[in-house]
Ligand binder design. Sequence first.
Ligand SMILES: Cc1ncc(COP(=O)(O)O)c(C=O)c1O
Length: 395
Amino acid sequence: MKHKGRYGPYGGFYVPEVLIPALEEIEAAFERFKNDPEFYEELGALYADYAGRPTPLYYARRFSETVGFAVYIKREDLLHGGAHKINNTLGQGLLARYMGKTKLIAETGAGQHGLATAIVGALFGMQTKVFMGCTDVQRQNVNVHKMRLMGAEVIPVEGGTGTLKDAINDALRYWTAHVSDTFYLFGTAGGPHPYPSVVRYFQEPIGRETRRQCLDKIGRLPDLVAACVGGGSNAIGIFSGFLDDPQVQLIGVEGGGKGLDTRQHCATLAKGSVGILHGSRTYLLQDENGQIHETECISAGLDYPGVGPEHSYLKDTGRAKYVAVTDEEVLDVFDLFCKTEGIIPALESSHALAWIYRQKGRLSQDTLAVVNLSGRGDKDIGIVEQHRPLGEGLL
Ligand SMILES: Cc1ncc(COP(=O)(O)O)c(C=O)c1O
């Protein structure tokens, strides 16, 4: 099993023995049901009628005028629940139901994956527990309320920095003791096989739709596609539509926190080294003894010292480029985007917008860029207010 789910030297399956049958069961069910017409039809109907797919590809005119080239926005923020996470939770939740499971567990950072799991738990009538680090429970408390409203139990995790890494540790620990009736609905394109390929599969509609919309609306493919990278699910979702188009540059944007010259950042691919975390061989932030670094960045959804293994592979092969932007750049563009487009972007998605803004004056006016707006920023208003009480920004 150690060699399954490889992306070059990355990925794999480094888990305690007790979890192996559970992961094999998910892999077998995924292979069976993804090609099952009934599953496919039911998921397609949920995507369309419940989640709101396809999402629009929108020309951000005033933001484009500000940066000096054309920027189109893939509106995943308009999905039910407010982020791309629902694509994955509907897919895995339905898989769990087809497998006869009655209980879901999940980890969450920004609360968006926890919320999307709580939504699906309510929709399918499944008991749902969401593990969330204490720091995140505080900074994303609106989502905590929403999860509880939908009947999910939110379990605050005290250990470590109280962020996503600690929530995953506890969720895996809990799963080890409850594998028989519980489905672990993993939230990003990382972790042990088969999660990186399962999550990618359920996020692929983003890339497929974007490619088709570019051709239909604009008549050509974009020059570059940018997406933020936490564990990497929204990025791999949109990148997957363009991996075979070498002329399209793929840019993954990580959390640079207070700057890459400090230790307060979450730029796993830009600054990390190879190791094993949460069941997968990948780039991660660690010291010379393999101790995981504490990460720190303004956006809870990017506050993670690892990354999905396919991104490690895309970095090494050069097919995608990974960059980092600072919290200050993110706050600036958050404000600018609200004022030029009337759209409140999630702080996670604002990382991709901040990299685009950094290209102002550096790219030709013929450039066509697409940004995956992975989520809406209503959950982040309190955090932004703490940092920018007077709404100071670029405008
Ligand atoms: C809106 C939003 N975008 C992006 C992310 C990062 O996750 P991923 O890299 O898996 O897309 C999160 C995580 O919580 C999120 O809430």
